[in-house]
Ligand binder design. Sequence first.
Ligand code: ADP
Length: 404
Amino acid sequence: MAEITLSDVGKIYPGGTRAVGDVNLGIEDGEFLVLVGPSGCGKSTVLRMIAGLEEISEGTIAIGDQVVNDVQPKDRDIAMVFQNYALYPHMSVFDNLAFGLKLRKMAKDDIKARVEEAAGILEITEFLDRKPKALSGGQRQRVAMGRAIVREPKAFLMDEPLSNLDAKLRVQMRTELGRIHTRLATTTVYVTHDQVEAMTLGTRVAVLKPVSEASPDNLQQVAPPAELFHEPVNLFVAGFIGSPAMNMVYGTLEGSNGNVYANFAGKRIHIAQRALDRHPGIENHLGKELVVGIRPGDFEEAGVAHGDPEEVIEANVDVAEVLGSETFVHYELGERPVITPDIAALLADTGADASTLGDTTKFASRVSSDVRVSPGDRVKLQIDSSKLHFFDPADGYRVGASPA
Ligand code: ADP
């Protein structure tokens, strides 16, 4: 087992496309580190550079205390698990697991012991004599995992390993992967575009953004899942983590008699001390425009507003998505969309549509399924000012945080 250290890592593909810039990341021994971000943000490229499948254009990558820039993939002592778990169709599960060990000329008894142990961990012992075609998708994925486990590598590198499975199996295998990691505690780097996978599996999660001319670095924030959710470092992370996405609206801050008020969506809301404490230096933003963020789950129940009417936003229900345990309610607020300069540059560079970053002209709330709402209903959204987030529109960073 080993830690993995990326220092000033960058990748420019032949032809000049910059895919990765300025990545500094220390993955601890035994950690499960997830790389997450939208398509094209460079996740796979980072993983493939760690694996040795792509040349490292800039910086260094070390596995343990060895810089591996010039080390062949097979000599890096890592095991990759891909979404396409190409098993050898003519070999039994046992032989699929044993194949890599045989190539390394390991003694037969040792091979048998390792294969049986891995099969036990993955609960595939009863399938060891079967051929891959006689297995379900989930069982095949376990065999692919088994091939990585038997090698007892320093680290596992996984590139969207669950994306070929159907939704139910994906959730099951996700739990399973968490269990396996708890048991083996092997350093793991895991790539996904699925924020739920990222949040549930990661010891820490690294959020990446595609590089653009205005911001040639990918890495936005590396933090434990709860911290990403509660203290997103900028609007990109705030919009990417959480479903529905964080509501964002322009507002201004105002100080009066030692109190701080935020004016947004036609309201003037007294800001609780707890929210001020989470944004050090917020007093420097008095009188200026900023972006106010509210998580859809942080409103009090729709329709039961009871506090200061000044803290209630009224909105018309546009769409109600009933999920069973809860309902996502979407509203039209008619506010100006929040597009900060870095996001505008990203959209211009990549040609992406602003809606891919969450439609910031709309508001959403999450309410319990006991609350019945229908399109067209007028609903009161009671704001809990202690839960508000504030961002500086000049650079998109959270007030009190600074660009890495
Ligand atoms: P992700 O895994 O986050 O979807 P990738 O690492 O696959 O992102 O790609 C990052 C960027 O690099 C994208 O803009 C992609 O088009 C580009 N890219 C990936 N592979 C190559 C390649 N072999 N040659 C040129 N550009 C590439």
